[in-house]
Design a protein around this ligand. Sequence first.
Ligand SMILES: [Zn+2]
Ligand SMILES: [Zn+2]
Length: 304
Amino acid sequence: MEAELLSRSPLWLATLLLLVLVELAWRKRTRRGYDGRAALATFGLVLGNIPFALLNGTIIGGIFLAAASLAPVQWPLHDWRSWAAGFLLFEFAYYWFHRASHHVRWLWASHAVHHSAEQMTLLASLRLGWTSGLSLGWVFYLPLLLAGCPPLMLAALRAFDLRYQFLLHTEAVGKLGPLEWVLNTPSHHRVHHAANQAYLDRNFGGVLIIFDRLFGTFAEERTDERPRYGVLGKPASYNPVQLALREWRAMARDLCTAPSVRAGLRALLVLPDASAAQPSRATSARAASETSRQVTSKPASFPK
Ligand SMILES: [Zn+2]
Ligand SMILES: [Zn+2]
């Protein structure tokens, strides 16, 4: 994904770098700090992802083309109604892909990489899992292709979604008035990345926030609840390989020690602390926040 994000448009790359530098200066000026080692780890994750992105692009791209060839119709690319329908359906698919990525361990193993940063910065948005192809999140987009969405449109919508979401990963932008009702915003996405009990597993939208409001997963950022970022129960790491693979290693360990086939399936699909008899992720969030979570951000006094 990053390879796609970084390589196809020099203008976008220049904009991206400029915004990262502006945010760095803003964080220094407002004494929020900027974790240089975390930034290096992010660069490691981006570089390490390039061969996986190329491999995934080839294999999944082939599957997408095959699925599109089965569609009884192809929506015309020159008709704005195709784009409007495609955008809404893409957002719908993205919402469920993202929500599943927080509740199904096989998907979380890849998505957890994106949540590993403990500072909310533009750069941290580039932390994406190397194993997203293996996690099968792309399956959520197959119905669009089978319904007639041209692969080119899907690729364009995905690129737009990625670029839009890059802009959401910052503490430098406060609330955006009426836009907050419809669009995913930096405020909504801070909530998404927060491990606080009040914010856990909320705001899964991509560009739009309407599906969170419709399906009951929306949470508003509060001035009395400062977001704390990172992955529950996982200490900060600056090793890109460790970050990319640690959830898989934990899953493999649980699979190997599973006493039955049923337990093995649970190890692959159910998040350990989401088991019925176990403390909930929310409880874990509270415990984590009360003990070891290191927070370097200042309280939420965002610019208007
Ligand atoms: Zn997420
Ligand atoms: Zn994010």
